[in-house]
Design a protein around this ligand. Structure first.
Ligand SMILES: [Zn+2]
Length: 160
């Protein structure tokens, strides 16, 4: 089981995702890239907001079905947003119809969880390699066995 990623990892992931979206937004300059520019503007704003509110202490809470609740940043305590996944896409109970900071926050948690999982898997793989490094009792390889057989044959031939 993967342990909860540390808070600084979640913050770093959110910042990285915001930075990636910013670079892609900045790179979408041609008139034919109008839709991409709009898409990346939405992404960078969502990740920036998610990072901001996460830094202020906003946290996800898991729901029994595998979704999350997110407290409202503007109306904390009074409004709670609930997010659930449909066909791999996060939906939210708030009025936002596109990707926004609630779902961006979830995306940040998911990437942080994935990195935490990979780091733990890598650590256990290293542990396995360390066990394999332990010196095993000597077992001759087939080539060595053949070499010994040849020596024995040579000795036997010398006897006659
Ligand atoms: Zn929402």
């Amino acid at each position: 089981m993967t342990t909860q990623p540390p808070l600084d990892l979640i913050a770093a992931v959110l910042e990285e995702l915001a930075g990636d979206a910013q670079r892609l937004y900045d790179g979408s300059v041609g008139p034919e890239q109008k839709e991409e520019r709009t898409f990346w503007r939405c992404q960078k704003n969502a990740f920036n907001k998610a990072l901001h509110y996460f830094s202020l202490g906003v946290r996800l809470t898991s729901t029994p079905s595998g979704g999350y609740t997110v407290p409202s940043a503007s109306d904390a305590g009074a409004t709670i947003h609930r997010c659930w996944k449909v066909g791999g896409v996060w939906c939210c109970s708030c009025d936002a119809h596109s990707f926004h900071w609630h779902t961006a926050l979830i995306a940040g948690y998911e990437v942080a969880f994935e990195r935490q999982y990979l780091a733990e898997a890598e650590a256990s793989a290293e542990a396995i390699v360390r066990i394999e490094d332990v010196e095993l009792p000597f077992v001759p390889t087939p080539d060595e066995r053949e070499y010994e057989r040849a020596l024995i044959t040579a000795d036997v031939e010398e006897w006659y």
